[in-house]
Design a protein around this ligand. Structure first.
Ligand SMILES: *Cc1c(COP(=O)(O)O)cnc(C)c1O
Length: 406
């Protein structure tokens, strides 16, 4: 495994900064930027003809916005989407030396009283109401400020409606001073190719776009997130907005994930212990083997995003055994979680492994080439997106590029 090779290779080298040390790290989060680049390339091929922007909100889904955005800029990505303006300002600074004129759109729209901040950092809000448009127009004064117009086509989350679109089409004054670069909407069910909601939203989006074409002849159109890109050419328009697929997570339900995993999370083995047949392990004494057991205690818990829902059993008296619990890869074997996941630790049952296979100080894979982020999500009763964005700040982070560490 990449990260383990790195561990040997850099035993003495100072890592990341002077206050942290690999030998002292409880967990290691390795981000493979080459995999992110490869995924970006796949999306480009799939959406050929459209610009492929990158959604880097929530710290690039937990992978780290700076290294991810800079690598994508290297790959030719010129447009980015964040959730709020503070993320946008951080991204603007992170790209200042490599891509100073990157397009940065703020998905959550314009917050009251914040227009000056957006303008100072060169951020384009995805305007989701006529009130937001009015505030942005006021901030533009006699000049011009860039924006997207965000329309709702059925998800009922953010966006203007058909009535707003008609008003915008009829009255140029509503967008005077606004350089409308993008007309966008968002799909609710793009993970399911067979869901009729997709076609309904597509129809509504096309009609909105046609109604606004005269007023905003230069505006481009954008509908698809990762899943939307795979619904076919009709969904691509001028610009697509993938997020999770760049990071190796699956944007699909019930279909194989073609993307390269970009994240490996490993936790250190703190102790290996033997447990008697009458004993229990972990908080709540919920786990009993009824036989002698060998346990490995790992240095990651729910504070690191290894969710408590991955406990086995999940509830006392639950007889599902290991069914719903997490699994880790350790010493070349798969081992199940035993008992409740604690804040900083978890216990796994390594009784099935050869004696001596696991030692104190070893690293166990929680997410990576053997245990996909989507499998972990499924076990935790959620999805890969939430597992990625929950990874926590305690891991030592390592970025790989061109086969080496950066
Ligand atoms: C998060 C988000 C995306 C990216 O979605 P993925 O499913 O991660 O590709 C695109 N557009 C909007 C509006 C979003 O909120």
């Amino acid at each position: 495994m990449i990260a383990r090779a790195f561990l040997r290779f850099t035993k003495r080298a100072p890592v990341i900064d002077t206050d942290t040390d690999l030998a002292a790290a409880g967990g290691l989060l390795t981000v493979d930027l080459d995999a992110v680049a490869a995924n970006y390339g796949m999306l480009r091929a799939e959406a050929a003809g459209a610009e492929v922007a990158a959604v880097v909100k929530a710290n690039a889904y937990g992978l780290g916005m700076g290294p991810v955005a800079r690598r994508l800029a290297d790959e030719g990505c010129g447009t980015f989407f964040v959730a709020d303006a503070n993320e946008g300002a951080a991204l603007r600074a992170l790209l200042a030396d490599v891509l100073p004129d990157a397009g940065i759109y703020v998905l959550n729209g314009l917050f009251p009283g914040a227009a000056g901040f957006y303008a100072d950092h060169g951020l384009a809000p995805c305007l989701a109401s006529l009130a937001e448009a009015a505030e942005w127009r006021a901030a533009a004064g006699d000049g011009s400020l860039p924006a997207a117009l965000h329309f709702d086509t059925g998800m009922n989350r953010l966006g203007m409606n058909e009535g707003d679109a008609a008003a915008l089409a009829a009255e140029g004054a509503l967008t005077e001073g606004i350089d409308v670069r993008l007309i966008m909407s968002h799909l609710a069910c793009s993970d399911e190719a067979g869901n009729p909601m997709n076609a309904r939203q597509l129809t509504r989006f096309k009609a909105l776009r046609e109604g606004l074409a005269k007023r905003f002849p230069k505006a481009r159109a954008s509908l698809a997130n990762s899943g939307g890109i795979y619904l076919g050419k009709d969904y691509h328009f001028d610009l697509v907005r993938p997020g999770v697929s760049l990071y190796g997570g699956s944007p699909f339900t019930g279909r194989a994930n073609p993307f390269r995993p970009a994240v490996t999370v490993e936790a250190r083995v703190l102790a290996v212990r033997e447990m008697g047949p009458e004993e229990t392990a972990g908080y709540g004494a919920t786990w009993a083997a009824g036989r002698p057991a060998r346990l490995a205690v790992l240095a990651a818990g729910y504070a690191d995003g290894y969710m408590r829902a991955l406990s086995a059993p999940r509830n006392p008296g639950d007889n599902s055994g290991y069914e719903n619990g997490g699994q880790v890869r350790i010493a070349g074997y798969t081992a199940p979680v035993a008992g409740r996941v604690s804040m900083d630790m978890l216990i796994v049952d390594v009784s099935g492994l050869p004696e001596g296979a696991v030692k104190r100080g070893d690293m166990a894979e929680l997410i990576g080439p053997h245990i996909t982020v989507d499998e972990v999500g499924l076990k935790a009763g959620t999805l890969g997106y939430e597992i990625l964005t929950s990874m926590g700040n305690r891991y030592m982070r390592v970025y790989l590029s061109g086969g080496g560490r950066v």
